[in-house]
Design a protein around this ligand. Structure first.
Ligand code: HEC
Length: 284
């Protein structure tokens, strides 16, 4: 019988295996593309969510501000921070501090107009409230550029993958009465949404199950190829070798009900004719 090639017992096994490998590789590519597409779709959905949330927040904020309810805007932001999936939501002033955390803006507004007592009610009034995520180069760029164009990027927050959406808030003429006209921007709204953990675990789940499936399929196919094709052929080669050496008594014992059995039957007929021919020869 043929020598072993690599870890294959025979050349035939290697050929059959190549076919299986091609099929498995095709499947792997298909799975990979599916995961890729699913990830893209999910990211697109997250982006749309962030952009929609930002527009709503800014519209509400402007409305509250124009109605003289800066406190309502503060509560809105406070409430949205606890929303599910929102990792970070803050309005960052142009000096990188977080808005609505200290009284600096109220003190500034006070120079132009009378302040309202609601604005101060339950105000956190923290000292030096530096905003989070301000070290990201893309954030710094957005702040420097000073336009109202939205910017988006992915980053890691406390080990979690998040999608961050920045929307600068313009200082419009209608805001000047309280805020003055010296700045182009009133601040930047930053919304960071957790990238769905599911997609990451799905990715690993698919990779691990694929590898296990491939290993099981390969082991199973090896056994199958061995039992259905290789063993009977090896047996036939043995038998034919023996017949060629004159051993014509043993019946070939293969009942696989396929072409290999046809071959075995044909060889058995050959054995019988040879046996008869040899007997005839001896009788003379
Ligand atoms: C009636 C006065 C008033 C008007 C008009 C007003 N605001 Fe304000 N705004 C405030 C006060 C007061 C605060 C500070 C609230 C606090 O710190 O709790 C504030 C804070 C803000 C903040 C948070 C950033 C910071 O600098 O502290 C933004 C952003 C903002 N306003 C945007 C606007 C925009 C945009 C307009 C115009 C569409 C506007 N405001 C009009 C009173 C006003």
């Amino acid at each position: 019988m043929a020598r072993g090639i690599l870890w294959f017992k025979s050349r035939l096994e290697m050929k059959l295996f190549s076919i299986i490998i091609v099929i498995v590789a095709g499947f792997a590519a298909l799975i990979f593309l599916t995961i890729q597409k699913e990830t893209d779709d999910l990211l697109k959905k997250t982006k749309e969510q962030a952009s929609f949330l930002s527009s709503s927040v800014i519209t509400s904020l402007q409305k509250d501000m124009m109605e003289g309810r800066a406190d309502m805007a503060r509560w809105l932001i406070e409430d949205l921070k606890t929303m599910k999936g929102v990792e970070r939501l803050q309005i960052i002033r142009t000096d990188s501090t977080e808005a609505f955390q200290d009284l600096r803006t109220i003190r500034d507004v006070e120079k132009r107009t009378a302040i309202k007592k609601e604005w101060l009610e339950n105000h956190p009034d923290r000292a030096n409230p530096i905003a989070k995520g301000i070290d990201n180069p893309l954030f710094k760029d957005t702040l420097k550029k000073g336009t109202t164009e939205a910017v988006e990027y992915n980053e890691r927050v406390e080990g979690k993958e998040v999608f961050t959406y920045l929307k600068p808030i313009a200082n419009e003429p209608r805001c000047f009465g309280c805020h003055g006209s010296d700045k182009n921007l009133r601040g930047i709204l930053m919304v960071s949404i957790a990238v769905d953990k599911d997609i990451q675990s799905i990715r690993w789940y698919v990779i691990i199950t694929s590898v296990i499936t491939v290993l099981i399929v390969i082991t199973f196919m090896r056994t199958l190829i061995n039992n259905i094709i290789l063993k009977p052929i090896t047996h036939l080669v043995d038998v034919v070798d023996k017949i060629s050496m004159g051993e014509t008594d043993k019946k070939i014992d293969i009942s696989s009900n396929d072409e290999i059995q046809d071959l075995a039957d044909a060889i058995d007929r050959l054995r019988i004719s040879m046996k008869m021919a040899i007997e005839k020869l001896y009788k003379r």
